[in-house]
Design a protein around this ligand. Structure first.
Ligand code: TYM
Length: 343
């Protein structure tokens, strides 16, 4: 049986990369798969210090973005991670399965910890183990994410496999067959798996870029979007008519990829329409498309965040439904590992 899980950190500035690489695809999965869980990962957020009041409002803002983008909380389970204690509980057990050597290879930790690694939190280091727990608490089979999460999903598979072999005998003895945790399939793809900065086509679009002009935020208004697209870095050549012509043109490649993802087509499809066009023609078209796609989402987010009580009720309901599934997994895991538990 297929089950989809994914998460987004409530750390501010949700941007076009988060939308096209993840949230827009969450909505598409919802229409195809039986059960989807979409989680606001607040436990991950605090691996670097967050202002408590800002964190609380960002949890609600990411939830609002999910709903505004089209995630239906009646069909999908929408919740924040800290309300389901099994995530942290399973993460501890996985801390004892994962190896130091595996975590030492994680490139995102190296980037985020920077030069002052001695001063990074233990949580930041163990971050990918918690991510594995998020996914495997539901024994999720499919995880839609952007390209930057690929290495973390490989670690999730390694943890699942090591658990399955380390406890093979106990898994069978408790009637769970041969494998307890599935080997999760990462769903990374589409034309916007890696949306780049508008100011530098070799850098990822990110929440933390010092320049707000480098990204389109989900809450930007039409003027801001138009201005950022107009100012986006380009090269002097017109657009090529073949995808191969985008090679070594990172900014052109990025804008064509963004257009393709917004329009629900491919780079080929975009170049069929715009091959040979100058950026002076392409940019206004891109800007119009971005505004018409994002403005309704921003408006709906504003409407939803005006009523935090409603958002909190959605999260509470989602957490209760998520916990039902996760508690079943944890009971089984405790038996498999050899813990003594109540009833
Ligand atoms: P986060 O919060 O950094 O990003 C949320 C989602 O957005 C994608 N993304 C991008 N996609 C394309 N282009 C970009 N420039 C871009 N920037 C971000 C991310 O790949 C992600 O899919 N560790 C995760 C959160 C997480 C999670 C999980 C995901 C925690 N537990 C379990 C899946 C399953 C993160 O930091 O995402």
């Amino acid at each position: 049986k297929e089950l989809v899980f994914s998460g987004v950190q409530p750390t501010g500035n949700l941007h076009l990369g988060n939308y096209l690489g993840a949230i827009k695809r969450f909505v598409e999965m919802q229409d195809r798969e039986a059960q989807c869980l979409y989680c606001v990962v607040d436990l991950h957020a605090i691996t670097v210090w967050q202002d408590p009041a800002a964190l609380r409002s960002q949890i609600r803002e990411v939830t609002a973005a999910f709903l505004a983008a089209g995630i239906d909380p009646a069909r999908s389970i929408v919740f924040n991670q800290s309300q389901v204690p099994q995530h942290a509980e399973l993460a501890w057990i996985f801390n004892c399965v994962a190896r130091l050597g595996w975590l030492n290879r994680m490139t995102q930790f190296k980037e985020k910890a920077g030069k002052d690694r001695e001063n990074a939190s233990i949580g930041l280091y163990a971050y990918p183990v918690l991510m594995a727990a998020d996914i495997l608490a539901y024994r999720a089979t499919h995880v839609p994410v952007g390209e930057d999460q690929k290495q973390h999903l490989e670690l999730t598979r390694d943890i699942a496999q090591k658990f399955n072999t380390d406890f093979a005998g106990s898994i069978t003895a408790h009637g769970h067959g041969e494998v307890f945790f599935p080997v999760t399939e990462p769903l990374i793809g589409g034309p916007a798996a890696r949306v780049m900065s508008l100011r530098d086509g070799t850098k990822k679009m990110s929440k933390s870029d010092a320049s707000d002009n480098a990204r389109i935020n989900l809450t930007d208004d039409a003027d801001a979007i138009a201005q950022k697209v107009r100012r986006a870095k380009t090269d002097p050549e017109p657009l090529p008519s073949e995808v191969a012509g985008l090679k070594d043109r990172p900014e052109a490649d990025n804008l064509v990829g963004i257009y393709a993802a917004l329009a629900g087509t491919t780079r080929e499809g975009v170049l069929r329409d715009f091959g040979g066009a100058q950026f002076s023609t392409f940019k206004p078209a891109l800007s119009d498309l971005a505004v018409s796609s994002l403005a309704p989402i921003a408006a709906e987010m504003r409407r939803l965040t005006a009523d935090p009580g409603h958002i909190d009720a959605v999260l509470a309901d989602g957490a209760a439904r998520a916990e039902q599934i996760a508690a079943g997994t944890l009971d089984a895991v405790k038996d498999i590992v050899g813990f003594v538990r109540r009833g």
